[in-house]
Design a protein around this ligand. Structure first.
Ligand SMILES: *Cc1c(COP(=O)(O)O)cnc(C)c1O
Length: 384
């Protein structure tokens, strides 16, 4: 073992301003966080609706543990598939307008499991260059041929599809890009799928609960429905709990629980979490006030930050990236904010392309307009 080499590589990362570190939170997830004993106003969680610490979800989780205990104890296909899992799958499928759904332990595992099960040698996976890391890893694991297209470049994707003659074709895309906050052109992507007999895997980690009628997600936002679409969303972001699901035609779901390795070879999530998620789904459905408030905060931030030396990316979602460019400068800005009691994460390569280091500001329905005004004011002061 050569620990020395590992240390050299870490030192190299540090010299480039790329060393990652962690800080410990000692309060519940919320817009007001206690970190290492100090209070912060936070703008970096994906808890877009402010449900992660909601009293009704806490109560539902407690009831869930009384009914089902704390652990599933086995994989879904052995004896770890509980009534709460089953009910949640049924309600999720109905909510997003699909015949069936399947719970996965995490979004990362869902993406690995879907792409690995549906494609293999001789098939081709097409992917946006800005897709989430889990989709990138999924493509490698599948052993299919991988063709990546420039971000949202439909012309390039069309030409790649035209050149692919044999095998199954699967297009993978984030619906809302996690580090940029912009939408994928889902209607155009679906049209290409239809023209080229391809499948579309839509990763709606950042749309589910937030976009569309009653928070039904990106398919509802674009009024899209097609058996070609395989829909994946996570349950640890707007839904405030943990986990993920895939929704699709019944035959696809049945195929997945027969063939998807990250579904089969892992312990089911605690059934109590599904009880909490059923309560979360109810709050999401009834969450129009939360979503309207979130939307007004997004508008407020965009107006407030106009004309700064750093500019916000083109985004209408709760993800509002402020591009700084240089790695160290992004880190310095995030430290300066922290010294003023504001916590905003700096995102650097390789998570985002070289030269586009940024503050990834995320807004939540739990923020107040005064809190957003405070962030705007401090950023304007730091820009001077
Ligand atoms: C967060 C995220 C995932 C992974 O979901 P987890 O449940 O956190 O594993 C997948 N895709 C996208 C776009 C994400 O933002």
């Amino acid at each position: 073992m050569c620990f020395f080499e590992l240390q050299i590589q870490l030192d190299e990362r540090a010299a480039k301003g790329l060393l990652r570190s962690r800080r410990t939170v000692t309060s519940p997830q919320s817009t007001r966080l206690v970190v290492d004993g100090k209070p912060y106003l936070s703008f970096c969680s994906n808890d877009y609706l402010g449900l992660a610490n909601h009293p009704q979800l806490i109560e539902a989780l407690q009831q869930g543990t009384e009914e089902f205990g704390v652990g599933a104890g086995a994989a879904h296909l052995v004896n770890g598939h509980f009534a709460s899992h089953e009910q949640l799958e049924t309600e999720l499928a109905d909510f997003v307008g699909k015949p069936a759904a399947l719970l996965y332990s995490t979004g990362y595992m869902a993406n690995l499991g879907v792409v690995q099960a549906l494609t293999g040698r001789g098939d081709t996976v097409f992917a946006d260059k800005l897709n989430h890391a889990s989709l990138n890893d999924a493509m490698l694991l599948s052993r299919a041929e991988v063709k990546r297209y420039r971000h949202n470049d439909m012309a390039q994707l069309a030409s790649l599809l035209e050149k692919t003659i044999s095998g199954r074709k699967l297009i993978c895309t984030d619906a809302v890009f996690s580090m940029d906050g912009d939408y994928a052109p889902l209607p155009e992507l679906l049209a290409l799928c239809e023209a080229h007999d391809a499948w579309l895997l839509v990763d709606d980690a950042h749309g589910f609960g937030v976009l569309g009628c009653q928070g039904r997600g990106s398919l509802s936002h674009f009024a899209l429905a097609s058996p070609r679409i395989i829909y994946m969303a996570t349950l640890g972001k707007a839904a405030g709990v943990f986990g993920a699901f895939v929704a699709a035609e019944s035959v696809v779901i049945k195929y997945l629980f027969n063939q998807s390795r990250s579904y089969i070879y892992t312990t089911a999530t605690p059934p109590a979490l599904s009880v909490a998620l059923l309560a979360s789904l109810k709050l999401i459905r009834e969450g129009d006030v939360r979503r309207a408030h979130l939307h007004s905060l997004i508008m407020q931030l965009k107006q407030g930050l106009a004309g700064l030396p750093w500019s916000l990316m083109e985004s209408d979602t709760a993800i509002q990236p402020l591009v700084v460019g240089d790695n160290q400068a992004a880190l310095d800005l995030s430290v300066a904010l922290r010294e003023r009691g504001l916590w905003v994460a700096a995102i650097r390569p390789p998570t985002v392309p070289e030269g586009t280091a940024r503050l990834r500001i995320t807004l939540s329905a739990a923020h107040t307009s005064a809190e957003v005004a405070q962030l705007v004011e401090v950023l304007r002061e730091l820009a001077r």
